[in-house]
Design a protein around this ligand. Structure first.
Ligand SMILES: [Zn+2]
Length: 403
C-alpha cells in the first residue's frame, strides 16, 4: 500500500466521521441546556392506524418521532396533535371525528402508561422542565381542527379535562368555528363564526392556547380582535418567503407579535419553499388527493389506505426537500420583522414535515448548529427552542387563573 492509498483511506475516514458527527460540541451543549419543544407532530394517528410503538426506534420516512429518537435529538417536549380531517358536517361524520380524537387520546394515554419510566403526559407550562429534569419526555396534547367540537361549547372543557391544551381552530377546509385558509369554496363565515367567538372566549377562560395555523387571514384577524391572551401558530411558516395561503403574511406576523404571540415555523417542504409542481412526487400526491376526494374519507379503512399510499409515494418517489438553512431563513425573517421573542419550531413530523437534512426529531441539534452559525446567542436559541412558546403558555394560564 502506498502513501497515496493511505491518504485516501484517511480522507474517507475523516469524511465518514464528519458526516456522522455534523454537530459541534458547542451546539450540542447549548441544545442540551435548552428546554426544547416541538409544538406539532401527528404521531397519534400512527397509534390508531397501525398500532405504532413509541418506545421502539424507527426510521424516517415511515416514522419521525419516538422516545429513543427524542432522547438522541435532545428534545424535551412535544405536542401530539389529535388530527381529524374536515368532512361534511353530518351527524355521522361529527361522531366519527369525535370518536377518532378519543381513540387517539386513549392510545396516547396507553403508550405513556406502557413507557411511564420514559415519558409523561404534560398539561401545564412548568411540566416540560419538570418532566425533563426527571429524565423523561413531556408529551402534550393539542387538537388539530375544531370539527370534533360539533358546535357544542361544552366539548371545549371536555377536551381540556382530557389534557388537550391547544385547539387549531380549523384544518384545510371551513368548519363550524371559522374559515380555513385553503378551502376551495372560499369563505363561509367571513372569518370567525358566532360559535367560533364562543370557542375563543371559552378557551381564554379555561387557559387553552388558541392555535391560528391553517385558519384564513380574516379568521386570524377576527381572533386577534377578541382574544384576551396571546395566541400561537403551532406550525406555520412565512408567506413572504414561500407564497402559500396557509403561511402567515407580514401583517399577520406583526399583529401576532404585537399581542405577544409566537409563530412556530413549520418544517414541511411545501411551506418552506414553493413546490416543484412538475416533480413525480407532487403529481402522485395530487392524484392521491383526487382519488380520496381531497382526503374526505368515507370510512376508517379508506383513511388508513390513504395514509399507507401517501407513505408509499414518498418511498417510491422521494420528494426533493429544502434543507435546514432554508427553514432557518424563515426564522431569520420573523426575527428581522418582529424580534426574537416571537418565533419557535413546530415540525409537522408524521404529518408531512421533514427536511433533506432534518428527517426526524433526532436531527434537531442540527437546527441549533445552523442558528449558532448565523450568530444567534445562547439566550436567543433558548427562546426559539421553547422559551417563547412557554412564555405564551404561562400568560394563557395566568389569564385563566384570575378570570
Ligand atoms: Zn396541519
Amino acid at each position: 500500500m502506498n502513501h497515496k492509498n493511505n491518504l485516501l483511506i484517511a480522507l474517507v475516514l475523516l469524511m465518514t466521521i464528519t458526516s456522522s458527527k455534523p454537530v459541534s460540541k458547542k451546539s450540542l451543549s447549548i441544545h442540551n441546556k435548552a428546554i426544547t419543544i416541538d409544538t406539532h407532530c401527528d404521531t397519534p394517528m400512527k397509534f390508531v392506524n397501525n398500532g405504532f410503538d413509541i418506545g421502539k426506534i424507527h426510521e424516517a420516512p415511515d416514522s419521525r418521532v419516538d422516545l429513543p429518537r427524542m432522547q438522541s435529538g435532545g428534545l424535551d417536549a412535544i405536542f401530539f396533535a389529535l388530527f381529524t380531517s374536515q368532512r361534511p358536517r353530518t351527524e355521522e361524520n361529527y361522531q366519527q371525528a369525535y370518536d377518532l380524537v378519543n381513540q387517539m387520546i386513549d392510545s396516547t394515554y396507553a403508550a405513556l402508561e406502557m413507557y411511564s419510566n420514559q415519558a409523561e403526559l404534560a398539561t401545564n407550562s412548568n411540566d416540560a422542565e419538570r418532566i425533563s429534569k426527571e429524565g423523561k419526555k413531556a408529551i402534550y396534547l393539542g387538537m388539530e381542527n375544531g370539527f370534533p367540537l360539533k358546535k357544542d361549547i361544552k366539548r371545549v372543557q371536555e377536551f381540556y379535562n382530557k389534557g388537550v391544551r391547544y385547539i387549531t381552530l380549523s384544518h384545510t377546509s371551513n368548519n363550524d368555528v371559522c374559515d380555513s385558509s385553503t378551502d376551495n369554496a372560499g369563505a363561509e363565515h367571513n372569518g370567525l363564526s358566532d360559535f367560533g367567538i364562543e370557542v375563543v372566549n371559552e378557551m381564554n377562560r379555561l387557559g387553552m392556547l388558541i392555535d391560528v395555523s391553517h385558519i384564513s387571514d380574516k379568521s386570524f384577524f377576527d381572533v386577534m380582535k377578541i382574544t384576551k391572551t396571546p395566541v400561537i401558530a403551532s406550525h406555520s411558516s412565512v408567506r413572504s418567503i414561500c407564497n402559500h395561503p396557509r403561511n402567515m403574511s407580514d401583517e399577520m406576523i406583526k399583529k401576532l407579535a404585537e399581542n405577544g404571540g409566537v409563530i412556530q415555523i413549520c418544517i414541511l417542504g411545501a411551506y418552506i419553499e414553493e413546490e416543484d409542481t412538475t416533480s413525480i412526487n407532487y403529481i402522485k400526491h395530487q392524484e392521491l388527493k383526487a382519488k380520496y376526494n381531497n382526503y374526505n374519507y368515507k370510512n376508517d379503512d379508506e383513511r388508513k389506505a390513504a395514509w399507507k399510499e401517501w407513505d408509499q409515494i414518498d418511498k417510491n418517489y422521494p420528494p426533493v426537500l429544502p434543507d435546514i438553512a432554508k427553514a432557518v431563513d424563515h426564522i431569520d425573517y420573523v426575527v428581522n420583522l418582529v424580534g426574537v421573542d416571537h418565533v419557535g419550531i413546530g415540525s409537522d413530523f408524521d404529518g408531512g414535515g421533514g427536511l433533506s437534512d432534518c428527517q426526524d426529531v433526532s436531527d434537531f441539534p442540527k437546527i441549533t448548529e445552523e442558528l449558532l452559525k448565523r450568530g444567534y446567542s445562547k439566550e436567543d436559541i433558548y427562546k426559539i427552542w421553547g422559551g417563547n412558546f412557554l412564555r405564551v403558555f404561562k400568560q394563557v394560564e395566568e389569564y385563566s387563573a384570575v378570570n
